[in-house]
Design a protein around this ligand. Structure first.
Ligand SMILES: Cc1cc2nc3c(=O)[nH]c(=O)nc-3n(C[C@H](O)[C@H](O)[C@H](O)COP(=O)(O)OP(=O)(O)OC[C@H]3O[C@@H](n4cnc5c(N)ncnc54)[C@H](O)[C@@H]3O)c2cc1C
Length: 382
């Protein structure tokens, strides 16, 4: 049976200077009115310029090779930047998918022409990526994808649709999973290929899907014979299944997986004041201890990525525990707040928003049930 490994690592001292730098940068951005840390989705109208300024600081693609514009810094340093951005509620939508997973996928598997062209632009905060995996009939079971890429002269023609594609309407590129041949009898995962998709190519339409919060973060993306050249194939033809797991390990383990609604906790600390009721203090202490433990586990996964390992099971555990925790957070905050006599509009609006957002947290990036299947398999239990 495989055992889990969460080395008790602390972030090195060298990360502390970087943390101060990031905090100072974010404080300046907040002071300049670029975004408001107490409002979800604040600053989205400034996201493009914000991404360029983050790029100028060298904080996008910071672990990537210098040959592609990166800084060859550590995953732990990247962790600090991601953490500070998330805690501050900074408008990272323009670059975080490319920084976290699309860029690393391109570095490992893409044609050299694509790497030279696109990676430096990601690093400068100029291009945005989305993830085209889910389809109407294929969510958790990615390998049931039916959207086809058919070989044509000089490239591939894509036909079909993807769904729940976050940020597709604001993205320049997608990394999409498409069927290029049938599954075989002994390998049902065979036959899917990863492609770079130029979202501005003719034949691609994004239809926003409205959420309960009133936002439209994700889309249905329809492909009507959209043409992509041959060198847009990423990695092995028909062999995307060999690449998808490492991409998902990047997606699952970061601090964004338990800090998405951190603002509700911060708002509660604000309204609870310096001398909270004893029952509130106990409740808050419990939440913060849990958050601290999650963070230690997540830092440990970052250190394994830094060491070149693929901690797929550990990453799935962090995502499972982290998203269940953040899903309960606004409910627990609401219960604790009922012990106080509060009349605070911002707090009420924050709790209301985060309760509406909570259901999605255990779905995006792989559902809790599916992650538990991965964990059980990784531990040799099934
Ligand atoms: C906010 C948000 C953003 C998203 N962004 C993206 C994106 O950018 N790109 C993208 O490609 N997708 C995205 N998704 C899609 C997301 O990854 C899928 O919704 C998810 O994989 C589940 O697929 P599904 O909705 O089709 O549900 P299904 O796979 O049909 O699952 C339905 C239910 O059955 C359970 N289930 C399914 N299979 C198993 C199993 N083997 N064992 C046990 N239980 C199982 C599930 O846990 C779930 O409860 C996003 C989703 C959300 C909510």
């Amino acid at each position: 049976m495989t055992t889990l490994q969460f080395d008790p690592l602390r972030l090195p001292e060298s990360c502390q200077d970087l943390r101060k730098e990031v905090r100072a940068f974010l404080a300046d951005e907040i002071a300049a009115g670029v975004f408001d840390p107490s409002r979800p989705d604040s600053g989205s109208e400034n996201a493009d310029d914000f991404a360029r300024r983050v790029g100028q600081r060298g904080w996008i693609g910071m672990t990537w090779p210098k040959a592609y514009g990166g800084q060859e810094r550590s995953f732990l340093e990247r962790y600090v930047v991601t953490e500070e951005m998330r805690v501050a509620n900074a408008p990272v939508a323009r670059f975080f998918v490319a920084d976290r997973q699309s860029g690393p996928t391109l570095i490992r598997y893409a044609d050299e022409r694509i790497k030279r062209d696109i990676l430096p632009r990601i690093v400068r905060g100029e291009v945005s990526f989305c993830i085209g995996m889910s389809e109407p009939g294929s969510g958790s079971d990615l390998f049931a994808a039916r959207t086809r890429a058919t070989k044509v002269d000089g490239g591939w023609s894509i036909e079909g649709s993807k769904v729940w594609t976050s940020n597709a309407h604001r993205s320049d590129y997608m990394i999409g999973l498409f069927r290029t041949s049938h599954a075989t009898e002994d390998n049902r995962r065979h036959g899917l290929t990863s492609f770079l998709v130029d979202m501005k190519a003719p034949g691609i339409t994004c239809r926003p899907i409205r959420q309960i919060t009133g936002q439209s973060e994700f889309n249905e993306v329809v492909f009507d014979n959209a043409f992509m050249p041959d060198h847009y194939v990423i990695g092995e033809l028909d062999g995307a299944w060999k690449q998808a797991t490492s991409e998902l390990a990047y997606e699952r383990s970061g601090p964004e997986r338990f800090l998405e609604n951190f603002n509700v906790l911060r708002q509660f600390v604000r309204v609870a004041g310096d001398q909270p009721d004893a029952r509130v203090a106990v409740g808050l202490g419990r939440l913060i201890a849990q958050l601290h433990t999650l963070r230690r586990m997540s830092v440990s996964v970052a250190s394994m990525l830094e060491a070149g390992r693929e901690p797929v099971v550990e990453a799935a555990i962090v995502k499972d525990i982290g998203t269940v925790w953040e899903q309960l957070l606004p409910h627990q905050v609401r219960e604790l707040a009922s012990l106080l006599d509060l009349d605070d509009k911002l707090f009420r609006e924050t709790v209301d928003f985060e309760i509406k957002t909570a259901p999605k947290l255990t779905i995006q990036g792989g559902t809790t049930e599916v992650l538990r299947g991965i964990i059980a398999r990784g531990l040799g239990l099934r």
